[in-house]
Design a binder for this molecule. Structure first.
Ligand code: AMP
Length: 217
């Protein structure tokens, strides 16, 4: 089995989570989404969730130390053995540096960093239409018709718009990406790990491009 340890980079709404789910199905790499883990913590009202909530609602980043601890614990789980994909982490240079230290301490390393690229105006349009399930957290497939009663096709929960997908918050999240996260492209380019992928098109088209970039096609 092909082991890969990946970072999925890209602004909110470029399709990192969707592609990670597809890659997991194919290669069994663990999907580590810090956004999903934080939303779960908020829903469960854990102490991490209570600390993270207000940052997330504003579209700001949760403090680095909280996130680094979360990822550190997660990377120790057994399901990371076949490989893993970090989705939404790192988002700052400090997080990237701490990740290097974390991986070194467990004798792991990053093989590839996939940067999915989509123009901001398309992201804004996509996120304005994105619906997620309030129960299972899955994103409704935009290419598939909704259930007649508007419920989730997977678990029949309610499909809602994420609070941070409101237009003002999306604007803020894109600014935060530009100011805090975009510089990671240079960070990983300098190490020869960066693979840029055009994120425009349907799920299959983008998936194929990722496989070509990772030489798994
Ligand atoms: P996402 O689903 O990846 O867009 O994440 C949703 C929100 O969770 C972000 O807007 C941040 O508030 C928070 N978040 C997720 N990952 C991180 C991270 N690596 N560093 C700081 N905040 C994060």
């Amino acid at each position: 089995m092909l082991k890969k340890r990946l970072i999925l980079l890209g602004a909110p709404g470029v399709g990192k989570g969707t592609q990670a789910k597809r890659l997991k199905k194919e290669f069994q790499w663990a999907h580590i989404s810090t956004g999903d883990m934080l939303r779960e913590a908020v829903k469960d009202k854990t102490s991490l969730g209570m600390k993270a909530k207000s940052f997330m609602e504003k579209g700001d980043l949760v403090p680095d130390d909280l996130i680094i601890q979360l990822v550190g614990e997660r990377l120790n789980r057994n399901d990371c053995q076949p490989g893993f994909m970090l989705d939404g982490f790192p988002r700052t240079v400090i997080q990237a540096e701490k990740l290097d230290e974390l991986l070194e301490s467990i004798n792991e390393k990053i093989d590839d960093v996939v940067s999915i690229e989509v123009e901001n105006k398309i992201i804004i349009n996509r996120l304005s239409k994105r619906l997620v399930c309030d129960q299972c957290g899955k994103v409704a497939d935009p290419d598939r018709a909704l259930q007649a009663d508007g419920s989730c096709p997977y678990c029949e929960g309610n499909l809602i718009r994420r609070k941070d997908d409101e237009p003002e918050t999306v604007k803020r999240r894109l600014e935060v990406y530009e100011n805090r996260t975009r510089s990671l492209i240079q960070y990983y380019q300098g190490r020869g790990l960066l693979r840029k992928v055009d994120g425009l098109g349907n799920l299959d088209e983008v998936y194929q491009r990722i496989c070509v970039a990772l030489e798994t096609a």
